[in-house]
Design a protein around this ligand. Structure first.
Ligand code: NAP
Ligand code: GDP
Length: 315
């Protein structure tokens, strides 16, 4: 079979990461199929099965998930647990039934143990309970890894997991309540400037995070599909030295809006996990060099995208 004839099904194809893969897809010689919940509700076995029957994919990049920032993880634990378990169960099981040649599933560095040594690496996923703020999401994602491993061991399926750090970029979810920190603060700063009010950052601003720009992550997904032959999970991240405090991110967002003078921190809100510093050595040993988009530049681009797409973006 020619590579150009092979089909890659991308679940969650309309989300932050799916949109980034879509953007770079014309540079690859595959037949990409990007799907969202409008094509099939993946929590339903029959709809998921029909989707696979319709497309008969060779490869699956599985991104679809019930996703959100710290406050969605804290306030919607049942959804984070049930929806993710259902989606993942169906996608993994049906990928096996349709003899998918490679399935790449997506975990997150926020599902690692809370009490741990740093930096976190791929071997440490199950070494202790996750942070209580996102335990429901974390355990659902950990079971995705267990499910993939089981298919590797019992059927020799090429089902693997990648583990990104915090992601940001165009097509994010800009919900004030449910979004991750960069899109939520982008929306907050936009409204603050419109109304000439303080730009309120939730929590103390001190927690540390590693942010990867969605288009960099999209390239790394494609690299994993084409080149990574390991069975173990792989962290996809910028390096440890690129870890930044939330305050830095808020400041860059405020700069992009030219609205730096009225930033304030509301410490009545949770900080979540202080840090989850991840080690990208395994990835870098494979790819040797990668020019990650700098956080200042990435935030500038993301804020511009938000301004240009304010009416239609998710919020
Ligand atoms: P996102 O922007 O929220 O997009 C979620 C996607 O999943 C959308 O395309 C959505 O389709 C689809 N989806 C949700 N429920 C579905 C259902 N029941 N049936 C079918 N499709 C459904 O998410 P993202 O930020 O791109 O995340 C992609 C992956 O990266 C996820 O697995 C997430 O856990 C992981 N991750 C994200 C981050 C981050 O910072 N964002 C960090 C680490 C890992 P609709 O548009 O139709 O709802
Ligand atoms: P996390 O990395 O999984 O914790 O998820 P987030 O992307 O939601 O980042 C959470 C961190 O950003 C915490 O330290 C929050 O206190 C801080 N933060 C500041 N303002 C906001 C906001 O408006 N929304 C969110 N989600 N987090 C915020």
């Amino acid at each position: 079979m020619e590579i150009k004839d092979s089909k890659i099904l991308v679940t969650g194809g309309t989300g932050l990461v799916g949109s980034a893969i879509k953007k770079i897809s014309p540079t690859y010689d595959y037949n990409f199929i990007f799907v969202s919940s409008k094509d099939a509700d993946l929590t339903k076995y029959n709809e998921t099965y029909s989707l696979f029957k319709k497309h008969e994919p060779d490869f699956v990049i599985h991104l679809a998930a019930c996703v959100g920032g710290l406050f969605k993880n804290m306030n919607q634990k049942v959804d984070m647990f049930e929806i993710n378990n259902l989606i993942n169960f169906n996608v993994v099981k049906i990928s096996h039934e349709f003899k998918v040649k490679k399935l790449i599933c997506c975990l997150s560095t926020c599902i690692f143990p809370d009490k741990t040594t740093y930096p976190i690496d791929e071997t440490m996923l199950h070494n202790g309970p996750p942070h209580s703020s996102n335990d429901a999401y974390a355990y659902a994602k950990r079971m995705l890894e267990v499910h993939c491993k089981a298919y590797q061991e019992q059927y020799n399926d090429n089902f693997i997991c990648v583990i990104p750090t915090n992601i940001y970029g165009p097509h994010d979810n800009y919900s004030l309540d449910d979004g991750h920190v960069i899109p939520a603060l982008t929306h907050r700063c936009y409204l603050a400037k419109q109304n000439n009010k303080p730009f309120r950052v939730l929590g103390s601003g001190t927690p540390l995070r590693q942010f990867i720009y969605s288009e960099d992550l999209a390239q790394l997904f494609m690299w994993t599909l084409e080149n990574y032959n390991g069975k173990e999970s792989l962290i996809l991240s910028v390096g440890e030295k690129n870890e930044v405090p939330i305050k830095k991110v808020a400041t860059e967002i405020a700069k992009s809006f030219n609205y730096e003078h009225m930033m304030e921190f509301d410490s009545s809100f949770s900080d979540g996990q202080y840090k989850k510093t991840a080690d990208n050595t395994k990835l870098m040993n494979f790819i040797k060099e990668y020019n990650f988009i700098d956080i200042n530049e990435g935030i500038k681009r993301s804020v511009e995208w938000f301004k240009d797409n304010f009416d239609s973006c998710r919020k």
